[in-house]
Design a protein around this ligand. Sequence first.
Ligand SMILES: Cc1cc2nc3c(=O)[nH]c(=O)nc-3n(C[C@H](O)[C@H](O)[C@H](O)COP(=O)(O)OP(=O)(O)OC[C@H]3O[C@@H](n4cnc5c(N)ncnc54)[C@H](O)[C@@H]3O)c2cc1C
Length: 432
Amino acid sequence: MTTLAVLGAGAKAVAVAAKASVLRDMGIDTPDIIAVERIGVGANWQASGGWTDGVHRLGTSPEKDVGFPYRSSLVPRRNAELDERMTRYSWQSFLIATASFAEWIDRGRPAPTHGRWGQYLRWVADQVGLNIVQGEVDELAVAGDRWAVHTHDTTVYAEALMITGPGQAERSLLPGNPRVLSIAQFWDRAAAHDRITAERVAVIGGGETAASILDELFHHRVSTITVITPQVTLFTRGESFFENSLFSDPTDWAALTLEERRDAIARTDRGVFSASVQEALLADDRIHHLRGRVAHAVPRDGQIRLTLSSNRGSENLETVHGFDLVIDASGADPMWFTSLFSQDALDLLELGLGGPLTADSVQEAIGYDLSVIDVTPKLFLPNLAGLNQGPGFPNLSCLGLLSDRVLGAELRASTPADKPAISRNDEQQPLR
Ligand SMILES: Cc1cc2nc3c(=O)[nH]c(=O)nc-3n(C[C@H](O)[C@H](O)[C@H](O)COP(=O)(O)OP(=O)(O)OC[C@H]3O[C@@H](n4cnc5c(N)ncnc54)[C@H](O)[C@@H]3O)c2cc1C
């Protein structure tokens, strides 16, 4: 038996589990998938995960579902059958199963709310019998030639590990200060219908997280909203066929230079708002943009003073601005999981990387199968695969392709049955 453990039962775990289940039904050998999840399937798409209140809408189209783009290349001569079987877990199949397909069509195929998208993920997980170990992962260690994924109660041993999700939403510039809200604190207040009243509000960060927060903030009593990002202006994401196809089909991505790839990601992904967000929100005259990175935050005279630094030519300019409320929506830290690694696991990674573990060194070492090259047991990091493999892998843009790459990877020979994949921590553990 070969096991692939997945940290988090979100969109990626569900997509990989769905494809693995279909492959198994077709009689094809495939690893067992075990997701270790702290809350529940699709938790980050509802209020409990801290990233949304569940009522805001998905930015990408829901047809970019767990099988998209339905162009498998995993099983010679049977890929069409694989894609056809995957359509049973499509967004449309979910709507049909929940008697809402006709209504969705008649309403003009609206973007679903985050909460509804979470329901879709849970439906797929149920259909394919996703194996979930409940618990918060608190350590990632190496045990012999397997990963040991530890929670308080349980350890999952696996020949390969995939890490998903943006980490925790509780990060705040000034923890404990009521004038500075983390993403989770903001959504907690919104979900409790706690109306925010403030004159000057700052939202730090661009991207989908900040977009959802802006969308919500307009319904509260705020006089001005200043969006703070390092870019010269608030860019609109390019959404033409050519830009979108980079996300769905990264075939030509590897042929671009590193500089061209960074440029494409900056224009289409990082810190940019979708055209619909620009149109709906940024037309509101309460909104302004300030360029800079937040260098310091201090409470003074009933306000939060933010020092922003920005590069103007060769000069570094610092400016200070006061706000009544600051929302730290700077969002996901792509390296959030590194604090979970045991010293052995860190040594293993640094050996594979040939140097210190940094966001740049990891991104540049992600191979075709979305794992870190030269690291065994395999470590799949799709959220850091954008630069090397294609900008769609960290998000929802090509979950079907992501599953092909991960399940098509060469995994180490299977482990004998006397070494179980799941053990309770109160049982004797020969491997730790
Ligand atoms: C508000 C918002 C809106 C977004 N909208 C879009 C969009 O429209 N289109 C798009 O392509 N992308 C969007 N994104 C990006 C989105 O995060 C990714 O596309 C996608 O969810 C990533 O899937 P995933 O499986 O990596 O993670 P997730 O679906 O986020 O799942 C991660 C899971 O890990 C669990 N978890 C976290 N820490 C632990 C731990 N220590 N132990 C155990 N479990 C843990 C969480 O509870 C969660 O269930 C959005 C992100 C946000 C925050």
